[in-house]
Design a protein around this ligand. Structure first.
Ligand code: F6R
Length: 608
């Protein structure tokens, strides 16, 4: 999603802004721009559609001077990704960059146009520049004009402003979308996240919802919606974000797939004491004995982690589970009872829909727990209980290591639920904990199948449609496999419950359609094999992912059988997630798509 940077310091701002924007590329974008204010107070901007190299080329030809400026990578919402729609937007000496959506922008635009404003873009953001310019033109001081402008905006935003004639000042504000201020000896910065700020700053201040920050060369003053001064803690830059580099890998996604055994170990050690084999109950501060129902809400890949967890909560703890994608949950008229646990799963902890659901459940007085990877995120701050995944910074837009860490976390939480509710015996709990601790080793084994899966990818790459099927928790993994393939390689892919195929989708099957079957030798094996036979009878090209026992039972009649590591049924979904990632990754590489920043996608979806 859009990236925001700002800097006020002693050195030329434009090259620093460009460097910081490069660190935000991972969020996904389709145009970019920079505005600076020079020492004489002149405001100038440079924008370009497409990748940052286009902006860099422009800046080479027409450099921007000044040590104060703001920059932006735009992920188009209102209007195509053209140069005219790229940020910063300006009006009468005000420049603004924006992440989010201003919902009442049409009404504002009509009102501003009636007052004489001329618009040069289709964006909602340009209304903010005009609104602020009109307040300033009335003689309001900058702080008052900003507060009045912000007060008129409906929707979600993170904003940074620069002002002609004020090389000593930037402003930043947020509601809904995250924004941080970075502090260094020789500059103060604004950034969408710590990753943009890390190499330049020593400390970071995370703005709270409703904050307005006036940023000067010597520091920052933060005000609430009423203009009252606020104090926000400055925290050291998290080490992990400083080292967000690709290393020897061609893509961040490849690096992140290979990091999985290590980050799984970190995550598991937060929830399990490996020496004693005991769950660290203190790190899951939920008394499941008094929970009547669990609702799990998330988006995309995180939702599929929730789908696996539903099987775990039901089978281990006998708990009823409601599962919803956040964009649906937030507008349903469901009954939210106080004795339910509302569980939210999110890598970023900033996804707008999931956050809105968290707030809805908070208002209903429910107990809230957030499974998040970014511990400084809004969800982590607003949920009563934080269940961290310790995957480290995930840069590839397609979630990989965060997903397996979400699974590991949810598996540990479901085990704790079973123990609390007495639905699993201490012995059984110990066995399952032991199995969960095997996950990093088995995931490492699955990664070693890379060369085999590269060959599988060669079979899939020419296809225009692929189907993924599975039963039980493998159904969730099939859905995740299809999502990974379509988002990375742009091949149309659908995941189905294996038993559902004959109710419609089997009509798609012919000898051009690979059907990837996730079929470990578990309680569902025989049923899934029947569904495979239905596919084979219609000429479908089956690629079965199974384990040794499964491979022996399948024999050699199939086009391709990939033998995954033998994993206990409990943790099999964690292990079988890896081939899904590697197939999608290598198919995308073969098809030449942008693996780390697939088209149209954003890493942290902070708009509805
Ligand atoms: C797909 C993917 C997305 C995210 C989704 C939720 O590979 O990464 O589907 O899972 O946008 O994002 P978070 O987890 O940040 O809430």
């Amino acid at each position: 999603m859009c990236g925001i940077v700002g800097i006020i310091g002693d050195e030329a701002a434009a090259p620093l802004l460009l460097d910081a924007l490069k660190r935000l590329e991972y969020r996904g974008y389709d145009s970019a721009g920079i505005a600076t204010v020079d020492e004489a107070g002149a405001l100038a901007r440079c924008r370009a559609s497409g990748k940052l190299r286009n902006l860099e080329r422009r800046l080479g030809a027409e450099p921007l001077t000044g040590t104060t400026g703001i920059g932006h990578t735009r992920w188009a919402t209102h209007g195509a990704p053209t140069e005219d729609n790229a940020h910063p937007h300006t009006a009468d000496g005000v420049a603004v960059v924006h992440n989010g959506i201003i919902e009442n922008f049409r009404a504002l635009r009509t009102m501003l146009a009636a007052n004489g404003a001329t618009f040069h873009s289709e964006t909602d953001t340009e209304t903010i520049a005009h609104l602020l310019a009109q307040h300033l033109a009335r003689g309001e001081d900058v702080k008052t004009a900003l507060l009045n402008t912000l007060g008129a905006l409906e929707g979600a935003y993170a904003l940074a402003f620069a002002f002609a004639g004020r090389p000593d000042l930037l402003a930043a504000a947020r509601v809904g979308s995250p924004l941080a201020i970075g502090l260094a000896e020789d500059c103060v910065m604004i950034g969408s996240d710590a990753i943009a700020l890390a190499p330049f700053c020593d400390e970071i201040i995370y703005l709270e919802d409703g904050d307005l920050a006036l940023v000067g060369r010597d520091g920052v003053s933060i005000y609430d919606r009423n203009g009252e001064i606020q104090s926000r803690p400055a925290m050291p830059v998290p080490m992990e974000v400083s080292v967000a580099e690709k290393g020897n890998f061609r893509h961040f996604m490849a690096k992140e797939i290979h990091e999985q055994p290590e980050v799984l170990t970190h995550t598991l050690s937060h929830y399990i004491d490996a020496a004693s084999g005991e769950l660290r109950a203190d790190n899951v501060p939920i008394d499941f004995a008094s929970v009547r129902r669990v609702s799990i809400t998330a988006c995309g890949t995180a939702y599929y982690a929730g789908l696996v967890a539903r099987y775990w909560f039901e089978s281990l703890a006998g708990l009823p589970v409601d599962l919803d994608v956040a964009s649906e949950f937030r507008y349903r008229s469901q009954v939210l009872a106080p004795d339910e646990l509302a569980l939210f799963v999110s890598q970023s902890g900033e996804t707008a829909d999931t956050l809105a659901c968290l707030r809805k459940c908070k208002e209903a007085g429910q107990q809230l727990a957030a499974v998040v990877n970014v511990r400084t995120s809004t969800m982590a701050r607003e949920a009563g209980i934080v269940l961290p995944t310790l995957a480290g910074v995930e840069i590839g837009v397609a979630s990989t290591k965060a997903f397996v860490c979400q699974l590991a976390t949810l598996a540990a939480v479901a085990l704790k639920a079973g123990v609390d509710r007495g639905t699993i015996s201490p012995d059984r709990a110990r066995t399952l904990v032991g199995e969960l601790l095997e996950a990093p080793r088995l995931v490492a084994e699955a990664i070693r199948l890379e060369a085999v899966l590269q060959r599988t990818a060669r079979r899939i790459a020419p296809a225009t449609t692929a189907l993924y099927i599975g039963r039980g928790p493998s159904f969730a993994i099939a859905l995740e496999g299809a999502l990974k393939l379509k988002e990375l390689s742009y091949i149309h892919a659908e995941g189905y419950a294996a038993g559902e195929l004959k109710h419609g989708p089997i009509a798609l099957v012919d000898d051009n359609v690979p059907v990837i079957v996730v079929v470990p030798h578990d309680e569902f094996f025989a049923k899934t094999v029947s569904n495979m036979e239905e596919v084979a009878a219609r000429g479908g090209r089956i690629i079965a992912l199974t384990d040794r026992a499964g491979a022996a039972a399948l024999g050699d009649a199939l086009e391709e059988v990939v033998v995954m590591p033998d994993a206990p049924a409990f943790i099999a979904p964690i292990v079988s997630a890896v081939p899904m990632q590697l197939i999608a990754y290598h198919t995308a590489v073969l098809n030449g798509t942008d693996v780390d920043q697939p088209r149209n996608l954003a890493k942290s979806v902070t708009v509805e």
